[in-house]
Design a protein around this ligand. Structure first.
Ligand SMILES: [Zn+2]
Ligand SMILES: [Zn+2]
Length: 390
């Protein structure tokens, strides 16, 4: 009888903490947060297809790099479908004589295009992509071992939009929660990302334009999908990373660590999301960080950095632990706002923000704002009590 009562009590406890929630022991400590000043925000696009992808058109590497340079991208990954070259991206995209730039850091990688969904392999240096391609249909445990040996960053692409990512997320380093200029299609990607965070995975979210088509050089080269070139192209959306230096490795490390923000296009202001933990008026953590809560109130600050419209009103949607927490507004003339909350000292929690407002024109890709609507930017999450050993 006693055990029955106990079981009923446990059942009630499980129900009251929400579906899927399990008892959680917060970590005794978390590693110190990295410097908020020692770094540089760099912008780029990690998901673009050139002529080495058979489903692209009018998109030679040269054209993509030229647009990236024109909009002052700091880094770029041309991520062609690996199955279109039987895994041999090393002798296609990577060695294309046009894959060079004086101003843009060009990364190594490819879209790992499998029967169980797509991912982007990302690396600062060349690696054996063929090995990853060759295990695509293997068991997850075998894939995880190969991925670890290669030392690459693996990001789940458009996980809930199309070609849904159906591998274990235990060997995934980030999620593409904003795929292409079409913001409206990303709801399920966002949902999956929130689920990863809720389950204790301090997983960064990134953007990727997934653009395939360039502007034809002459009218007769127009294809049925050429209309996409002025709507979805380099930097729709743009992924910002807070890197320790202007190097390829620092870009990949920043992506892995999660100090990442996403903006609708290269001209859109970047969302800056920080928190003051000790009430001294100075930020102690930024998006992507994990801190030990003190049980005292935390002052969160949301700002837009870049060219805002002084006459415009921007709306901030704050999400806490996957649920709508509060909605705030501020003017473009003073593009920042604060809010306060007390993260639980005994539970895991996270906060992230979405900023909506008037579109920032992208002259080279004039149709992109029509597809992104009023979605300007996403932050990554400020996390509390996430287990660093997870
Ligand atoms: Zn894909
Ligand atoms: Zn793609």
């Amino acid at each position: 009888m006693r055990s029955l009562v106990l079981a009923a009590g446990l059942l009630l406890a499980a129900v009251s903490t929400g579906a899927g929630a399990a008892p959680y022991q917060p970590p005794k400590s978390v590693p110190p947060v990295a410097s908020l000043a020692d770094g540089i925000w760099l912008k780029g696009d990690l998901h673009i297809h050139s002529r080495h992808s058979k489903d692209s058109s009018n998109n030679p590497v040269k054209k993509i790099v030229a647009l990236a340079e024109a909009v002052h991208m700091d880094y770029l990954l041309i991520s062609d479908h690996d199955n279109h070259v039987n895994g041999d991206v090393a002798h296609n995209t990577w060695t294309d004589p046009e894959y060079v730039s004086k101003s843009v850091l060009l990364l190594y990688g490819a879209e790992w295009t499998t029967h169980r969904g797509h991912g982007t392999a990302i690396s600062a240096v060349p690696y054996d992509h063929q090995a990853l391609y060759d295990v695509a249909d293997d068991r997850d445990v075998a894939i995880a071992a190969v991925k670890k040996k290669l030392g690459i960053h693996l990001s789940a692409n458009h996980p809930g939009t199309h070609d849904a990512f159906a591998f274990s997320y235990d060997f995934v380093d980030s999620v593409e929660c904003w795929n292409s200029a079409v913001w409206a299609n990303n709801a399920i990607n966002m949902h999956i990302w929130d689920d990863m965070l809720k389950s204790g995975r301090k997983m960064p979210c990134r953007g990727g334009s997934d653009s395939h088509h360039g502007v034809p050089d002459s009218p007769e080269l127009t294809t049925p999908l050429s209309y996409q070139a002025p709507e979805n192209n380099v930097g729709t959306p743009t992924t910002w990373v807070f890197a320790k230096a202007r190097t390829r490795q620092a870009v990949v490390d920043a992506l892995t660590n999660g100090r990442v923000a996403i903006a609708a296009n290269p001209y859109t202001p970047r969302v800056d999301f920080t928190a003051d933990l000790n009430g001294d008026g100075k930020p102690d953590v930024m998006q992507g960080d994990n801190a030990k809560p003190t049980g005292q109130p935390v002052a969160f600050r949301v700002a837009l950095v870049g060219q805002t419209d002084p006459a415009a009103t921007y709306t901030v949607q704050v999400v806490k632990n996957g649920d709508k927490f509060t909605t705030l507004t501020f003017s473009g003339a003073k593009p920042e706002i604060t809010f306060t909350d007390t993260p639980s000292a005994t539970a895991r929690s996270y906060y992230r923000v979405e900023v909506h407002g008037p579109a920032t024109p992208y002259p080279q890709v004039p149709g992109s704002m029509k597809l992104s609507g009023d979605m300007l930017g996403l932050s990554n999450a400020i996390c509390f009590n996430f287990d660093p050993k997870f």
